[in-house]
Structure formats: C-alpha cells, structure tokens
Design a protein around this ligand. Structure first.
Ligand code: CO
Length: 437
C-alpha cells in the first residue's frame, strides 16, 4: 500500500471511530472481510493453524490473532499492543440541566484532555447504549449522531481580560456543552427520547422498549486533514492512539510468517488500564491460556516472544524546546520513536530496542529515540503492564506527535506509514532475531 492511499484509509478509519466502541466495531468489520472468525469468550474455542480469529471484550477491546501453527507447538508469538480510547468528555447518567433558557449537557472528564481545546468546537455525541427488548433481553447498540449537536462557548475576552494569561478550566463549573433552547418537557425523558430517536434512525428494524444505560462521549466533528503548504502534517482528533490501532491492523492482515501473530487494542489506557477491558485486566492472559493450555509450553513460548507496544511519542515542539531533553529531540516526519524510561514507565530495554532497530533498518525506516526531560514526570502506556503480566520482551514505540491530548493533535504525514512499514516487517520477517540469555 502506498503512502497516499494509506493516509486516506486512515482518515476514513479515524472519522468513523469517534469512540472505542466504534473503533472495535470497525476493526471487527475489517477482520470479518479478511476471513477472520470471531471467538466468543463464553464459548469453547476451536482454533486451527492457518486461520485468523478475533475476540472482543466489553465492546471496547479487540484482540486479533493469526495462527500460523498450532499454538501449543509453536515457540514464538509476535505481538503488538495499542489503545482504543482517547481523552474525552463523557456524558453523565443524569445529563441535562436548564440554565438561562438553555439546555445544557452534564459531562465528566475522561482521562487527561487539554481542556482549553474543547471550547468553541462543533461537538458530536457517540458511544454505546443499552436497551431493553420486548422479551427483556439487553440489547447493545453503537450510536453516532455524525453531526454537531453541542458546543461549549468560551467566555468573551471582554469579560475576562486575563484569559490569554491564565488558562484555568474549572471542570465542574465551565464544562457544560449547550444542547438546545430549553423547553417545558422533562429533561431526563427528553434526553432518552433523543437517544431513542437516534437508535431508530440508525437501526430502523430494531424493536426496543427503553434505554437502560449508555456510555456516550462528546467528540469533534471536524474531519481529519492534511495540513501545511506541502501537506507535511496530519491534524485530527484521537491520533493518540488510533494511529497505532490502524497500523497494527493493516500490518497483521498482511502478515506472512511461520510464527503466530497477535494484536491487542485495549480500552481504558487513558484512565490507567485497570478495568475488565483494560490492559491490567485478564483478557490477554486468559486468551493466551486458552490458546496454550500447557503451562510449560506457554512459558517457553512467551520467553521467546516479543511485544511491540505502540503509542504516540512527543515530537519536539519548536516553540518549547526547553521542555525536552536536548540530546533527544524526536522530529516530525523522521520516523517512529523508541521511548525509554529508566523507571520503566516505558517497557523498552536495550534488548527489545535492539530488535526494533534491526526491523527498522531492514526496511530503511529512520530511528528516533526519546527520554523525558529529567525535571518532568514521564507518561506511561500499556507496554509495562503487558510486559509485567506476560513476562515478555517489550519495546515502546510510536509516531512523534504534537499537542498530545488536544482535541486536535498533529503528526507528520509520513510517520504513520513508516510505523506501518516496520510493523508489517515485524509480522512478516521469516524469523525474529533472538537475544542470548
Ligand atoms: Co496514548
């Protein structure tokens, strides 16, 4: 696949994935088309070598598996990990209030967004709703309004002359998106009525009694774009970390190796991964136990396996170079970044980094390296969690990005394609180099 086509497909994926639930649905559709079989956690798994499978947990976490050989006989797994969630504003259970003849939404802050960027945006609403059917089964459906239905207006500069000096956002006070003019009707019912109407629009044949719950998020309806006089940059929402979800899926679908391959895209990374769907949950581990029931074989396999943990890195911001370590300045469009942290906030070791360097060099992809400025706290990702749970060699890598956790982030137009080249090579190299013990 060439760069332009790759970016166009990536834009479509991004635009159609406003929430983790939509991301997973889109991944599942892609894997269905490629002939993969869905495995259900509440059924016995019947897997044969030479086939592809996938499994979903709680609608927001996706595990893709390509079995080249019977899993209990094959010594090596090639794995990637990424996350499906992004910082956002999540709609509260009782979500509507009236103020000054305006109806407003009540939201919670999900993860760590740059809140100042959420003002004056054309916000859509999307996510998962749970409905009851006529016979009282619980129905799950994804909905996406696909149009701006809310906005959080800033306070005018004339009413706050300090606005350009101080960016304080009070979360409980300042974050109420406008939904509509107030009406006389009861709000709880009217919000559920709005949701039911949206369900009917998207699923005209569905017979449902009432809405019993929802996980809904606001998102920016602005489409992804190539930016710059030479189209050097990509600006979009949720680049952290849908770049890595898209890249790993594209690479796994083309894998050609005698080893077994796996990709995990986990929900809840932005809130610490500690949930049934998150990387600290037991999803990946129980899946591997079901694929390799023999403890000794599983230990042998994981000892020889590698995990590439994919999550965006910080490119140097030209307006703030003092925030970075001067020996480690990742640049946009100069290739994926290996992330190091001596306190293992990133799982990279010299051994796992060496594997990645071999892969990148073989496909002529440049290598960049990042460590955090010693005076700043280092972020983390699912790499160290997976390394701890599985006991597997792990390297943390990702595309360099600017404005991480803004509602609209920026990356280089070439970096995700270069990441794809290295991951595709990881999934296709005849054998992986093994490090001495
Ligand atoms: Co991330």
């Amino acid at each position: 696949m060439q760069l332009e086509q790759f970016n166009q497909d990536f834009f479509d994926f991004l635009h159609n994935s406003p929430t983790p639930f939509h991301t997973v649905k889109n991944l599942a559709d892609t894997f269905d088309k490629a002939g993969f079989t869905r495995l259900q956690e509440n059924e016995t798994w019947k897997v044969q070598a030479g086939n592809g499978f996938y499994c979903i947990r709680d609608n927001g976490t996706f595990l893709g598996i390509k079995l080249a050989a019977a899993p209990d006989h094959n010594p090596v797994w090639r794995m990637t990990g990424a996350h499906t969630d992004s910082p956002s504003l999540q709609i509260k259970p009782s979500p509507v209030r009236d103020s000054h003849s305006l109806t407003q939404l009540c939201v919670e802050v999900y993860g760590g967004p740059l809140l100042s960027t959420w003002f004056d945006r054309d916000l859509g609403i999307a996510g998962r709703v749970i409905l009851s059917s006529e016979d009282d089964t619980l129905i799950t459906r994804m909905i996406d309004f696909k149009k701006p239905v809310a906005i959080i207006p800033s306070l005018a500069i004339h009413l706050d002359r300090t606005a350009n000096k101080e960016h304080t956002v009070e979360k409980q006070k300042h974050l109420f998106p406008l939904l509509c003019h107030s009406t006389e009707s009861k709000h709880e019912n009217s919000f559920n009525d709005i949701l039911l109407q949206q369900v009917k629009t998207e699923y005209p044949d569905l017979v449902a009694k009432e809405i019993l719950g929802f996980d809904l998020f606001c998102y920016d309806t602005h489409t992804p774009a190539l930016i710059g006089v030479n189209k050097d940059f990509i600006a979009a929402s949720r680049l952290d970390n849908l770049v890595s979800c898209f890249v790993s899926a594209q690479a796994l679908l083309q894998s050609q190796t005698a080893d077994n391959c796996l990709m995990l895209c986990s929900n809840h990374e932005e809130i610490g991964s500690s949930s049934m769907a998150g990387a600290q949950g037991n999803f990946l581990n129980t899946a591997l136990e079901r694929l390799m029931p023999d403890v000794s074989n599983r230990s042998k396999a994981l000892h020889n396996s590698y995990l590439l943990s994919l999550d965006n890195a910080h490119a140097v911001h030209p307006n703030f170079p003092e925030k970075y370590d001067p020996q480690h300045f990742p640049l946009l469009n100069h290739g994926p970044v290996i992330k190091y942290n001596s306190n293992q906030r990133y799982a990279t070791t010299s051994r796992s980094a060496a594997l990645y360097k071999v892969l990148a060099k073989e496909v002529d992809v440049p290598i960049q390296e990042f460590v955090m400025n010693n005076d700043l706290a280092c972020g983390s990702t699912i790499g160290p969690i997976a390394a701890k749970i599985l006991g597997v060699q792990t390297v943390d890598i990702g595309v360099p990005s600017l404005a991480m956790h803004s509602i609209r982030e920026t990356i280089g137009a070439k970096d995700s394609y270069m990441l794809y080249q290295t991951i595709a090579h990881f999934y296709s190299r005849p054998t992986l180099p093994q490090a001495e013990d």
